[in-house]
Design a protein around this ligand. Structure first.
Ligand SMILES: Nc1ncnc2c1ncn2[C@@H]1O[C@H](COP(=O)(O)OP(=O)(O)OP(=O)(O)O)[C@@H](O)[C@H]1O
Length: 335
C-alpha cells in the first residue's frame, strides 16, 4: 500500500482498508478451466465507531470481499489491511481482535448454545460478559437445546454472541438480520448501535435495503465486483438527483375526467424537451409521477385537481429511498 495513503502515525488506522482488490477463481469447465472474476478492482474503507454496510445484488462480490478482509481468502491482487495489518496468514493476536459471525454451517450442530458460548468465551483473555449477552439476546430460553434443533433466527443470535465473545474491535456480520423476527431484529440492531458507540467497527453485508437505511453510517453499493457508489444514506439519496415520487389518489369523477381527456402535464414530452425525464402513470385510481419533475408540475397538477371541483382522495410527495437509488444503480434485472 502506498505510504501517502496511510493515516498519520498518531491516529489509529481505519478498521478495514481495501484498495484495488481483485479476486479471481479458477473453475474447471470440461477439459480445461475458466476464470471467474469475483472482485474486480474494489476499494472501501471502514472506520471505528461506524456501521459500514456492503450492499449489492447476488454474486456482486460482497462475501468474497469480506473473506479477504477477514484474512480467510488470499486476494489475487490489491491491498487489504485489517486494523492496520495484512490479515492474510495473520497470527492469533490479530484474529482475536476481529469477530466474525459464522453462518449456520459454521456452528457445531450437536453442541448446546450455553456450553458452546461458554467454551468460545474461555478462549479469550478479555472475554465479554457472556451470561449478560445471552440474556440480552434472549438465548437463555434455549441455552440447553442442541443447535441443530434451533430455528434460523435463534441460531443467528447464537452466532452473533459467539462473534462478540472476545470483545472485538471490529465485527463482520454476514446478513445479520436474516431469519430474525421483528422483536429479535430490534434487539440485534440496538446491540449493533451500542457496539459502535463503544468505538467498535461493524462491517455487514445485507440485501435488505431497509436494514441498511436504518443501521448504516456508510453504505457501499457493490455490483459486478466493483463499488458503484458509497456514502451515507442521505448522501446517496441526494447524489441521485431524483426528487422522489408524487402519488395522487383520484376520486371516481376525477378518474373519468382523466380518461376522457388526460391533462397536458401528463403527456410524455418529446426526447430532449423539458419534462422528457418525467413519467406520469394512471394505475387504477392512483396517479404516480416519477423522474425529474419540479414544483411547476406540482402546481399544474393542483390546478387540474382544482378544475375538477373535488379534493383528491390522497396526495403525497414521497422521498426517494435507498431502494430506489440501489435499483437505479444495480438495475432491475435478476442476477
Ligand atoms: N470459490 C469460488 N469458486 C468459484 N466462484 C466463486 C467462488 N466464490 C465465489 N464465486 C463467485 O464469485 C462471485 C461473487 O460471489 P460472492 O459470494 O462474493 O457474492 P455476494 O455478493 O456475496 O453474493 P450473495 O449476495 O448472493 O451472497 C459469484 O459469481 C460467485 O459465484
Amino acid at each position: 500500500m502506498p505510504q501517502d495513503r496511510r493515516e498519520p502515525q498518531s491516529s489509529p488506522p481505519p478498521a478495514v482498508e481495501v484498495r484495488d482488490l481483485v479476486v479471481e477463481f479458477k473453475v474447471s469447465s470440461g477439459p480445461g478451466f475458466h476464470t471467474v472474476q469475483a472482485v474486480n478492482g474494489l476499494d472501501f474503507t471502514a472506520f471505528h465507531g461506524q456501521v459500514t454496510a456492503l450492499l449489492g445484488p447476488n454474486g456482486a462480490g460482497k462475501t468474497t470481499t469480506m473473506e479477504c478482509a477477514q484474512g480467510l481468502l488470499k486476494p489475487t491482487s490489491g491491498a487489504v489491511r485489517l486494523l492496520g495489518e495484512n490479515p492474510w496468514n495473520a497470527g492469533p493476536q490479530l484474529r482475536a481482535r476481529a469477530g466474525v459471525m459464522l453462518q449456520d454451517g459454521g456452528l457445531p450442530q450437536s453442541a448446546r448454545p450455553g456450553e458452546f458460548l461458554r467454551h468460545v468465551s474461555s478462549m479469550y483473555r478479555t472475554a465479554a460478559d457472556m451470561p449478560r449477552l445471552m440474556q440480552r439476546l434472549g438465548i437463555d430460553g434455549f441455552a440447553r437445546t442442541p443447535l441443530r434443533r434451533l430455528s434460523g433466527g435463534q441460531k443467528q443470535r447464537v452466532a452473533l454472541a459467539a462473534a462478540l465473545a472476545g470483545r472485538p474491535e471490529i465485527v463482520f456480520l454476514d446478513e445479520p438480520s436474516a431469519g430474525l423476527d421483528p422483536q429479535s431484529r430490534g434487539v440485534v440492531f440496538d446491540l449493533i448501535r451500542q457496539l459502535t458507540e463503544e468505538g467498535v467497527a461493524v462491517v455487514l453485508t445485507t440485501h435488505l435495503l431497509d436494514d441498511a437505511q436504518r443501521l448504516a453510517d456508510r453504505v457501499v453499493i457493490v455490483d459486478r465486483g466493483t463499488v458503484r457508489a458509497s456514502g451515507t444514506v442521505a448522501e446517496l439519496i441526494a447524489g441521485d438527483g431524483e426528487p422522489g415520487m408524487l402519488r395522487i389518489g383520484l376520486t371516481a369523477g376525477q378518474r373519468e375526467a382523466w380518461i376522457r381527456r388526460p391533462p397536458s402535464w401528463a403527456a410524455p414530452a418529446a426526447p430532449g424537451e423539458p419534462g422528457a425525464a418525467v413519467e406520469v402513470r394512471l394505475e387504477g385510481e392512483e396517479v404516480t409521477v416519477t423522474g425529474q419533475f419540479g414544483a411547476e408540475l406540482l402546481a399544474q397538477a393542483s390546478r387540474w385537481l382544482e378544475a375538477t371541483g373535488e379534493l383528491p382522495v390522497s396526495m403525497s410527495l414521497q422521498p426517494r429511498t435507498l431502494e430506489d437509488v440501489f435499483l437505479a444503480i444495480a438495475g432491475e434485472e435478476i442476477r
